[in-house]
Structures are given as structure tokens and as C-alpha cells.
Design a protein around this ligand. Sequence first.
Ligand SMILES: CNc1ncnc2c1ncn2[C@@H]1O[C@H](COP(=O)(O)OP(=O)(O)OP(=O)(O)O)[C@@H](O)[C@H]1O
Length: 183
Amino acid sequence: MAGAATGSSPAAPAAAVPVVPPKLLTLVIPHIGGRLLLGKKLRGFGEAGYYNGFGGKVEQGETIEASAKRELLEEAGITATCMQHCGLLTFVFDDNPQPWEVHVFRVTAFGGEPAASDEMAPRYFAEAEVPYERMWADDVHWYPLFLAGKLFEGTFHFHNTHTLVGHTLTEVHSLSLPAQPLQ
Ligand SMILES: CNc1ncnc2c1ncn2[C@@H]1O[C@H](COP(=O)(O)OP(=O)(O)OP(=O)(O)O)[C@@H](O)[C@H]1O
């Protein structure tokens, strides 16, 4: 008889695991002349005083790249004139069913002068002085690849939003970005 079952009981129907599409975000870091431009968060529960690149949610009708440039202008007052996609980070939280997919960009030339916004105060850091103790817990892992000019992909698992409990990280040779705007 064809199609004999391998187990003694009929296979149970697969449990319906809800798949929540990831929230798309950008993270833009100017990296020029051995220095990084980071922003000190001026507001946000539990985040004020912390440093990060510039970025936020990709909006409907916007490409990821356009979103990165918009956030850099809104938060740091500068216009990227040379920017490369260099990382894809996925954040998974045990207290949030929606993972975050963060596209990281390096800016190597920009127009304008960095200026504080109501969200962020920009500040330069030498490569050896990145303030990891005042940054997200994943940053200490992937910044070395960023600083070395590599492309990378990683997945980071957080407990209660902020405690990093595990991760994978690999250098890659290419990254792709959807050309279409977010629907
Ligand atoms: C979990 N570990 C993390 N490690 C490093 N960077 C992280 C991060 N999690 C979020 N980020 C980045 O922080 C910025 C603000 O994020 P977040 O406050 O959620 O964006 P926000 O909803 O305010 O976006 P809008 O500015 O309103 O569009 C944004 O660049 C996002 O990519």
C-alpha cells in the first residue's frame, strides 16, 4: 500500500502558530575619518541618555533606503550623500510577538551640520570610544564588524525587551534590499 504512515497514530494537524510579520526599522550611522556620529536619546522610557545610530520605523509608501535618509535628516539634521546598506539585524523578544528587522546603513559623506533634534543630540566618538555601556546590549557584538567595514547579519534574542539572552552573527558577502516601497 502506498503512503504508509511511519508512526502508529495519524499525524496531528500542525498547530496554528501565528506568524507576525516583522516591524521594519532603519539604523543609520555616519562613519567618517575614524569617527562615528551617534545620537544621545533625549526621550523614551528607559532609553533617555542612551546612545544609538539614527533611525526609526519604515513608513508605508517609503523604501527602506528613503526611510533611512529621512530619519537621518529628521534626527541629526544632515543629508546622506553616500550611504551603504551594511547589516541586517533581527531582534526577537519574549515579551513582544513581533520581531524587529533593522536595516543598518553606513554614511560616509553627508551635507549639512549635525544638530540636535527633539529626539537626539548628535555626538562624535572615536572608534575606540564607542560607549557600549550606554547602548543596546546587542551593539557590542556587531559594531566590531561595522567598524571593520564588513557586511553582517545577526539575530538577537531579548528577555523583557532589554536583556540579551542569545545571538547569532555572521559576516556575509552581500545583502539585498527590496526596491519596492513598503505596502
Ligand atoms: C533591540 N536592539 C537594538 N539595537 C540597536 N538599535 C536598535 C535596537 N532596537 C531598536 N533600535 C534602533 O533604535 C532606533 C529607534 O527605534 P524605535 O524607538 O523603536 O523607533 P521609533 O518607533 O521611535 O521610530 P520613529 O522614529 O517613531 O519612526 C531605530 O533606529 C532602531 O533601528
